[in-house]
Design a protein around this ligand. Structure first.
Ligand SMILES: [Fe+2]
Ligand SMILES: [Fe+2]
Length: 284
C-alpha cells in the first residue's frame, strides 16, 4: 500500500480502491484467504471495491451464494462485472446458455449490465464482456460502449476515470499469447476519447500492470494503464502466478496514482505488498 495517504487540501484525494478478480468460488485456495481479504479491505477505508469477473468456477448456485456473502461483507461500495465462468456452460444447460446465460449472475450478484460508481474525484464504469455465445475471448456490445462514453462525458474534468472489464482489450506481449475481446478496439478507442486513465481487468490469472500509449487522431497520444489482476482467492493462478493469490490496491492523488500488488502469504495468513508502480496522471 502507498504511504501517501495524507489528504490533499482542496481536493477529494487520495481516493483508494481495491481491484480483485477471478475469485472463483468453487476453487478457493486457502480457507483463510477470503476472510483475510475482506478484513483488510474493510480496514483500509477504501472508496471502492472492484471485482472484474469470474466470481464462480462453474456458475453453481452455491458458488454464487458464497460470492454474494463476500460482496455483502465489503463495507465500501462495490462494482462487479461478470466473467465467462459466471455464465452457464452450454453442455450443462444448452437452453439457458442460449437464452438466459447470465440468469444466476443477475439473480445473485447484479442485473446491472453497465454498473457505475461515482465518488468525489473518481468515476468507474463496468463493461460486460461475458456473453452466452462466447467462451474465452469475450464480446463487448456497441451500445454499452456508447453508454460508457456518455457516462464519462458527464463527469468533472479532473475525475479519475476507471474502466472495468473481465476480458482484455488489447494484446500485451508480457502476457504471451492471449485472447482479446471482440469489440475491444471500439471500447479502447472510446476509453481513450473519454480520458480513461486506468483499465482494470482479469481473466488470465496473471498479475500485470502496463502503461499503454494510444495515438489520438490529429492530436497527442493518450496513455492509459492496464492493470490485469491475478486470482485473488483461487488455486487457479497461471505462469509465474501459479499458486499465488494477489489483488491490486490503487491509490489516486491529484497528480499521480499508484498500483500496488498485494500477495497472500500463506505462512502469515495475510496479504503483503509485493510490487508497486507509480504513474503521473493524464486526466481528460
Ligand atoms: Fe478466471
Ligand atoms: Fe475468465
Amino acid at each position: 500500500m502507498s504511504d501517501a495517504s495524507a489528504s490533499v487540501p482542496g481536493t477529494p484525494y487520495p481516493c483508494t480502491l481495491a481491484h480483485l478478480s477471478d475469485v472463483h468460488f468453487g476453487r478457493i485456495a486457502d480457507d483463510r484467504v477470503v476472510s483475510a481479504l475482506v478484513d483488510e479491505v474493510n480496514a483500509g477505508g477504501l472508496d471502492l471495491v472492484v471485482v472484474s469477473g469470474d466470481l464462480t468456477q462453474r456458475a453453481r448456485r452455491r458458488e454464487f451464494r458464497a460470492a454474494r456473502a463476500m460482496l455483502d461483507a465489503f463495507e465500501p461500495p462495490v462494482l462487479v462485472v461478470p466473467g465467462n465462468h459466471d455464465v452457464r456452460a452450454w453442455w450443462h444447460h444448452p437452453v439457458d446458455r442460449l437464452w438466459r446465460p447470465s440468469k444466476r449472475f443477475r439473480r445473485f450478484i447484479s442485473d446491472d449490465t453497465t454498473p457505475t460508481v461515482e465518488v468525489p474525484g473518481l468515476a468507474a464504469f463496468g463493461l460486460n464482456s461475458a456473453h452466452g455465445w462466447t467462451i474465452k475471448g469475450g464480446r463487448i456490445r456497441r451500445e454499452h460502449v456508447r453508454e460508457m462514453e456518455a457516462f464519462f462525458a458527464a463527469q468533472p474534468a479532473g475525475a479519475f476515470r476507471v474502466l472495468v472489464v473481465h476480458h482484455h482489450l488489447l494484446r500485451l506481449d508480457a502476457l504471451g499469447d492471449h485472447d482479446v475481446s471482440r469489440g475491444a478496439r471500439r471500447a479502447l478507442g472510446a476509453a481513450q476519447r473519454s480520458g480513461v486513465e486506468l483499465v482494470l481487468c482479469g481473466h488470465l490469472h496473471r498479475s500485470h500492470v502496463e502503461p499503454v500509449e494510444l495515438a489520438r487522431p490529429g492530436g497527442d497520444g493518450h496513455r492509459l494503464v492496464i492493470a490485469s489482476a491475478g486470482t485473488a482467492t483461487s488455486n487457479r493462478g497461471r505462469g509465474s502466478n501459479r499458486g499465488v493469490n494477489v489483488y491490486n490496491w490503487v491509490e489516486v492523488g491529484p497528480d499521480r496514482f499508484t498500483v500496488c500488488e498485494r500477495r497472500f502469504d500463506p505462512g502469515a495468513g495475510r496479504f503483503h505488498d509485493a510490487r508497486q508502480t507509480a504513474f503521473d496522471r493524464e486526466p481528460a
